[in-house]
Design a protein around this ligand. Structure first.
Ligand SMILES: [Zn+2]
Ligand SMILES: [Zn+2]
Length: 368
């Protein structure tokens, strides 16, 4: 790596706050009162959530639509996170999704954990492709934030520092509310590109490096369910189960209740399962085609049979649900009975599919 190829602004910035955090610690340790920790937590939550709900799910993925008030809150408060503009962030993130695990992925984990975590920032040469973010280039608010990003970030953080100084020693304000907050938001966001592409479960897409990791989800307001997210990126949720920790989803849902967000996109459970069956089938068939024992042959027949059954039931359910909308009152009762039957069938077939593929994966060591 030649020195002239480095991106000095991010490198200098990241290095400086790490050094300052350590160097200033002996001088501030006695000054860290409850207000300092509250200030840290508040700015961490505001900076973090505006990135996950705003930059990520709203701008990068269009998973919902937002009221201009919500957008301005996102575009201003996200400068607490120091992740550059929503436009550039979304540009790079769309490249990440479109070319995940290849050379065109700006933070590909295939180049190593630390490259994906933070090193990419210091060598990345963005070749801006306007066609990737055409929709965002039409959004005046997003374009404005991009044009004045640095100024906005300085003003917002200076204002936060000024307010914090009213409640604590200025050094404690600088250390906890500015430096430590930037450190925490940066590393936790970066964990999504490093840890959530390394350590966890391939629940929905075995072929991707992205994984579901509840610990990363806890640190990043729900973004750790990253395997699901890569498989179904337009869903405004990342954690789809009721017990998944996904505060970003809760925030967007609440915003929708009070009129600040609309058109929340979700992927239906049956569609998720149908995709899983198709992907699993392909993976197992490829792997089992190399085996010639009777068990493998039997297994292949069973996989064919179960996947075909799931597919036809899922298609029938979608068709019946569509018919229900235009049916007469008498037909509706019959259709509802049919829908209940199809749902029962699908549940049973899904259960059989999961236990069969789990068993086969163990027996033939089939993993992502
Ligand atoms: Zn990813
Ligand atoms: Zn994404």
């Amino acid at each position: 790596m030649q020195a002239k190829q480095l991106n000095w602004l991010p490198l200098g910035f990241v290095l400086s706050y790490h050094v300052l955090l350590i160097a200033l610690l002996p001088f501030v340790i006695g000054e860290l009162n409850a207000a300092a920790w509250a200030g840290f937590l508040l700015t961490y939550v505001l900076g973090g959530l505006t990135i996950t709900a705003g930059y990520h799910r709203l701008y990068a993925h269009n998973a919902y639509q937002a009221h201009p008030v919500f957008e301005w809150a996102v575009l201003i408060l996200s400068t607490l996170a120091f992740q550059w503009s929503a436009l550039m962030w979304s540009h790079d993130h769309r490249l990440h999704h479109n070319h995940v695990d290849t050379d065109k992925d700006p933070y590909s984990v295939k180049k190593g954990f630390w490259h994906a975590h933070m090193l990419w920032l210091f060598t990345y040469k963005r070749q801006f492709q306007p066609q990737i973010v055409n929709d965002l280039l039409k959004n005046r608010r997003v374009v404005l934030q991009d044009r004045y990003y640095l100024l906005l970030a300085i003003v917002v953080n200076a204002a936060v520092l000024g307010i914090a100084c009213l409640f604590m020693h200025p050094l404690a304000a600088l250390w906890a509310v500015i430096l430590l907050r930037i450190f925490a938001i940066h590393h936790c966001t970066w964990f999504i590109n490093s840890l959530a592409h390394t350590w966890g479960a391939h629940t929905y897409a075995r072929e991707l490096s992205a994984v579901d990791n509840a610990i990363v989800a806890f640190l990043t307001f729900g973004e750790g369910y990253h395997n699901y997210h890569h498989a179904f990126a337009t869903d405004y949720r990342n954690g789809i189960r009721w017990y998944h920790f996904d505060p970003t989803k809760w925030l967007v849902w609440t915003a929708a209740r009070i009129g600040l967000a609309s058109k929340l996109r979700t992927i239906q459970q049956v569609r998720i399962q149908k995709t899983l069956v198709q992907k699993d089938k392909q993976l197992f068939m490829e792997r089992l085609s190399k085996e010639s024992d009777a068990l493998a042959l039997d297994l292949r027949a069973r996989i064919e049979e179960l996947s075909a059954k799931f597919e036809s039931n899922a298609t029938a359910l979608s068709r019946t649900l569509r018919d229900l909308r235009s049916a007469s009152e008498h037909q509706r009762n019959l259709l509802r009975i049919e829908i209940r039957r199809l749902r029962r069938e699908l549940r049973a077939t899904w259960k059989a599919w999961v236990s069969l593929t789990r068993w086969a994966a163990n027996r033939y060591a089939i993993h992502a």
